[in-house]
Design a protein around this ligand. Structure first.
Ligand SMILES: C[S@@+](CC[C@H](N)C(=O)[O-])C[C@H]1O[C@@H](n2cnc3c(N)ncnc32)[C@H](O)[C@@H]1O
Length: 295
């Protein structure tokens, strides 16, 4: 089945893991709960009836609430991107002057459409905020970024998520522990926290204490859970696996990060799904994984 791609981008996006997550997801009667929503790609592909979706980043939550409430529609996104794209094309310093204007406006007013603009015109589709919580990704340096084809692609992504998000879906912006503590025995909790020992910013600080809190709250939850984390990379193992996660079930798969075109710049990280239930359904037929093994 084709994976639904959300309109927001971030470096931690789990698009490639969606089929693997779906293949181990058990049948459930309750809610699909995500304490670390990010771009929402996993929830949108799961398309649950009832859900609780949370992220400490209020801009992500507001963006999807605005779609849910009809404040953002495919039509309003098209009109906005056409106008802002035109300003970008005509702005001095190869568009940078207008990029900076939108960035400053977003940092002052936090409008969801400006958030979308920054997410889709920043360097490499990254999302990062500085110590003050201001947008901190530079311009992709493409004044023609919002071409008619690119706008249509984004509008279609907004259109597909607006048909998936239901009026009864609940969005919150709080610490993950509160969200997980709301889970009951019929719910499934999918956790994708910032990775310990990797990338950190204003909304993605993650310490060993956070990992321990996550372990403790997941150990107590009556719900079934699935946790994404990294198992090891080319250089070292993730110490949290032995410390906390090895006592549950684990399924791993290789994932390659490219940096530049050269093969020698290729880095691999083995991603893991940790889960607290029996699953017979690990999908071994995918094209992508180089290695897929129960450990
Ligand atoms: C790895 S990303 C999630 C990526 C998402 N699964 C996707 O595919 O786009 C982790 C998310 O957790 C959020 N986050 C960080 N610390 C948090 C906390 N203490 N409680 C809730 N959310 C948190 C970040 O803002 C970020 O959006």
């Amino acid at each position: 089945m084709k994976t639904v791609v959300p309109p927001l981008k971030s470096q931690g996006i789990k698009t490639k893991l969606v089929p693997l997550i779906a293949s181990i997801t058990p049948e459930y009667q309750g809610r699909w709960i995500e304490p670390f929503l990010g771009t929402g790609v996993v929830a949108f592909n799961e398309a649950p009836r009832e859900t609780l979706l949370n992220d400490t980043n209020p801009h992500i939550v507001q963006f999807y609430k605005d779609i849910q409430g009809g404040e953002i529609t495919p039509e309003s996104v098209r009109a906005y991107l056409e106008e802002e794209g035109e300003h970008l094309r005509n702005a001095d310093e190869d568009g940078y002057v207008h990029f900076r204007k939108v960035k400053d406006r977003f940092n002052a007013e936090h409008r969801s459409l400006d958030f979308l603009f920054l997410s889709r015109s920043g360097f490499n589709g990254m999302m990062r905020f500085n110590k003050k919580g201001d947008w901190n990704i530079p311009f992709c340096k493409k004044p023609n970024r919002f071409s008619p084809g690119y706008i249509t692609k984004i509008v279609n992504q907004v259109d597909s998520v607006s048909t998936i998000i239901k009026p009864e879906w609940e969005f919150t912006s709080e610490d993950f522990q509160n969200t997980i503590e709301k889970a009951g025995k019929d719910d499934v909790v999918y956790c994708d926290p910032p990775y310990f020992g990797r990338y950190v910013d204003y909304y993605n600080g993650w310490t060993e204490e956070d990992e321990e809190r996550l372990f403790l709250v997941l150990s107590k939850t009556p719900a079934r859970f699935i946790l994404s984390t990294w198992h090891h990379n080319d250089f070292r193992p993730n110490p949290m696996i032995d410390k906390y996660w090895n006592r549950f079930n684990l399924v791993t798969r290789d994932h390659f990060y490219h940096s530049g075109a050269k093969l020698e710049n290729r880095r691999s990280v083995v991603e893991t799904l940790v889960f607290n239930f029996e699953s017979q359904q690990v999908d071994a037929d995918e094209e992508e994984p180089v290695q897929l093994a129960l450990v």
